[in-house]
Write a protein that binds this ligand. Structure first.
Ligand code: BGC
Length: 784
């Protein structure tokens, strides 16, 4: 036989094997997990394919918003399931919120217990304040174990949107105002979660930076601000952690819903970043199912009967090519194949909540930020008697509301945490506060769960403690703690009055307590249990110390006590700025934008009012603005105190000129009396060139190990070409200008300890990208 004949026979046999697959020969259909997705798709009807790209519907205990399939849900009361196609062996895939722990849509106490409890982890903003990606990864690993133990395939988190404005209602779910720390934190938790064989869902792609009009908001953003700020965090997370899923956001960008944007999903996410996972919509997000399919938003969640109808008609009338569906189905099946459900994993439906509580407590304590500590007011000496003022001191805000809430077993208040830590909490005060809270709860029963999610009942107003009692407590106790609580969540942004700013009752409490205790030379400490930035300027001079606990998860009170007592030396730093006034926030005059009520419509999510917001601050978000325009914040980005002190020395660069990569190292020494960890931050001041450039940008960060007094550690940072580049819109390129660059190593964005320069010989075009997501109108952006 000559070679040609052999080759022909080989090809013919291969073709026969494909066509006459032994199983197909017996009349069976190809099976998921055994046959390649492409073969399954070939055997699918149009109806089958549409069942893959549209979810099972939104039906929760006692609520059915349109089901596409009647198979019972595999997991009780979670946000989403997909439709199984049993003839191909394709299982139903399950998805649960959210970024800080598993959320169950439990309507009743019975539901809550049946749905099983899950660990409430510290929220994203707190985790990011650790500046410790190893710690965040560790939380992710434990979180992943829990997701796996409960048989869930995908967690609907993390959320990595940028803190554009302090009033953003979901900021607590997100990490930071800076894309590097947001992206690195998201990647760390995703890597941890996915190490357990379950999927993470990076959301909300992209620029879901406010809740007001979130389903109808057109955001007008320049290409440069998108590339450098709002997309950059997602780019880092995608490239460093390969999330199995990405959820598009509700908003429009420059006139197009994100879930309907081929520029965003195809061009940027898939082509430029090489993303291979599945893209799903946010729940009921976008408007046009056909446009979503064409854009590559593979999966419509939670899925509704009208979407099935519209896709079916579109294919039949030729408006939607079936090959588009095939492509999206393939994206989905390839990811479903990785799930434990597809592998037939028999989950225990029980998790080690005790072990996870320990991890949650340590992570919270290691992330809290000490904002003020006048004359070593803290740590509080062991066994001290403490008068605790402020209702939420007895009623922890573990995390935010909405889908970011967690079905947690408990939440340790500061009062309980202090008692557990051996402090004497004033019993009288405690009783008054607890009676007040119980009475308030009895008189204000909660609304039905869905209404509560979108419009949570306001918390109990601050309990009024009589001045006479405050004076008595100042006599009787060693220390006063004033506790300020703030909560928020999806569906609503926060307000300036009585939210960003303290209420009158809080101001009065702070003034009276600090006057009374200071008159007796006693210490006054403020503890902030908040989901978003508040005004601190009105009260910070009245207290001796301020501990920022953010929303610390179920073990919050214990973790706060760990830091207040010095058991854990505070080592968190701000990943978001505390401005001196809301009016100084660069986006203040463009938040939350303007509405067009005359164009209002009614949708499945309720009344929808078209709205628009212009990102006039451009790239000057957070510290990029405050440092460049020399606006002094109350507490700057990167700031945080310790019970010890650190010295920075020996900044060394691997080279004076940039040759594709540069390493910088710095030695950190503990110069104080107790062991502690320090976060060192690397900011880059880029050469002036064609573009406006911020005074400095964070390009690296590292945390030391626990250094004993006198101990030192050398930290090393690596800068690559992309770290030096800015986005040139005219050329659609990332460009590094020639000239002098400063490496600024600091303890915060303002507290720069050491500076060294290097040179870039000639202009480098680091990457040419596509023109995508361009605004249709000129954006009058802030410039220097
Ligand atoms: C939220 C998402 C969440 C989804 C499912 C939406 O309202 O924006 O973050 O994952 O609901 O509950």
């Amino acid at each position: 036989m000559n070679m040609k004949k052999i080759a022909f026979l080989l090809v013919a046999t291969a073709a026969l094997v494909l066509v006459w697959h032994p199983d197909f020969a017996q009349g069976e259909l190809p099976q998921f997990g055994r046959d390649p997705a492409k073969i399954i798709i070939k055997n699918m009807t149009l109806e089958d394919k549409i069942k893959i790209v549209v979810g099972k519907g939104f039906s929760l205990p006692g609520l059915n918003m349109g089901a596409n399939d009647t198979t019972p849900d595999k997991i009780f009361a979670i946000s989403g399931h997909t439709i199984p196609i049993l003839k191909f062996g394709i299982p139903s895939i399950s998805m649960a919120d959210g970024p800080s722990g598993i959320h169950r849509w439990a309507m009743t106490a019975k539901d809550t217990a049946e749905g099983k409890f899950s660990t409430a982890w510290p929220v994203g903003t707190l985790l990011a304040s650790s500046w410790d990606t190893a710690l965040i990864r560790q939380v992710g690993v434990a979180f992943g174990e829990e997701i796996k133990a409960y048989g869930i395939d995908f967690i609907l988190g993390p959320g990595a949107n940028i803190h554009r404005n302090p009033l953003g209602g979901r900021n607590f779910e997100y990490y930071s105002e800076d894309p590097l720390i947001s992206g690195a934190s998201a990647a760390a938790i995703i890597n941890g979660i996915q190490s357990q064989g379950v999927g993470a869902t990076l959301k909300h792609f992209v620029a879901n930076n406010q809740e007001t009009d979130r389903n109808s908001l057109n955001e007008i953003i320049s290409e440069r601000a998108l590339r450098e700020i709002y997309l950059r965090n997602f780019e880092i997370a995608v490239k460093w952690s390969h999330p199995w899923a990405i959820m598009t956001s509700y908003n429009l960008i420059n006139g197009t819903y994100t879930s309907e944007s081929p520029d965003l999903i195809h061009t940027i996410l898939r082509d430029e970043w090489g993303y291979q996972g599945v893209v799903m919509s946010d729940w009921f997000g976008g408007k046009d199912a056909v446009a979503q399919m064409q854009a590559g938003n593979d999966l419509l969640m939670p899925g509704s009967p009208p979407q099935i109808k519209s896709l079916t008609e579109a294919v039949k009338t030729g408006k939607l090519s079936e090959s588009v569906l095939d492509r999206n189905v393939e994206d989905i099946l390839n990811v479903w194949l990785k799930t434990l459900t597809a592998k037939g994993y028999d989950y225990p439906n029980n998790a080690d909540l005790k072990a996870h509580a320990r991890i949650a407590r340590d992570a919270a304590a290691e992330s809290m930020v000490l904002l003020k500590n006048k004359e070593h007011a803290l740590p509080a000496h062991s066994g001290a008697s403490i008068a605790l003022f402020g209702t939420r001191g007895y009623d922890l805000i573990a995390g935010g509301t909405g889908s970011g809430d967690v079905n947690k077993p408990y939440a340790i208040s500061l009062a309980n945490g202090l008692a557990n830590g051996g402090y004497k909490v004033d019993a009288d005060l405690e009783k008054s506060y607890r009676d007040y809270l119980a009475d308030y709860a009895a008189k204000h029963p909660k609304k039905n769960m869905l209404l509560e999610i979108m419009n949570p009942s306001p918390p109990a107003p601050e309990y009024h403690v009589d001045k006479r009692i405050i004076d008595q407590k100042a006599d009787a106790s060693d220390i006063a703690i004033i506790y300020i609580g703030r909560n928020a969540g999806e569906g609503n942004d926060r307000r300036v009055t009585d939210d960003y700013q303290l209420t009158g009752a809080e101001q009065e409490m702070i003034t009276q307590v600090s006057d009374a205790f200071h008159a007796k030379h006693k210490t006054v400490i403020a503890v902030l249990n908040i989901g978003g930035v508040i005004d601190v300027t009105s009260f910070r001079d009245k207290v001796d110390a301020i501990l920022l606990a953010w929303e610390p998860g179920e073990e919050g009170g214990n973790a706060m006590a760990d830091v207040l007592s010095g058991k854990v030396n505070p080592c968190g730093k701000l990943a978001t700025t505390f401005p001196a006034s809301y009016t100084y926030v660069p986006s203040a005059k463009n938040f939350p934008g303007k509405e067009f009520p005359e164009k209002a419509t009614t949708t499945v999510m309720g009344r929808s009012v078209p709205a628009e917001v212009i990102y006039q601050e451009g790239i000057y978000v957070g510290y990029r603005y405050y440092t460049t325009f020399k606006v002094k914040p109350a507490y700057e980005f990167g700031y945080g105190l310790s019970y010890t002190s650190f010295a920075y020395s020996n900044l060394t660069l691997s080279s004076q000129t940039f040759n594709g990569q540069l390493k910088a190292s710095v030695t950190i020494s503990n110069t104080g009396n107790v062991a502690g960890k320090e976060v060192a931050e690397l900011y880059l001041a880029a050469a002036k060139g064609e573009l406006d450039k911020p005074a400095e940008e964070l390009k690296g960060f590292a945390k030391t190990r626990l250094l004993k007094p006198g101990e030192s550690q050398t930290l090393t940072f690596t800068l690559n070409a992309e770290d030096l580049a800015s986005f040139n819109t005219v050329q659609s390129s990332w460009v590094t200008d020639a000239g002098k660059y400063d490496i600024r190593i600091g303890a915060s964005s303002e507290d720069i300890k050491l500076i060294k320069s290097f040179n870039v010989g000639k202009r480098i075009v680091v990457e040419k990208v596509h023109r995508a997501l361009a605004p249709k109108v000129a954006v009058d952006e802030l410039k220097q």
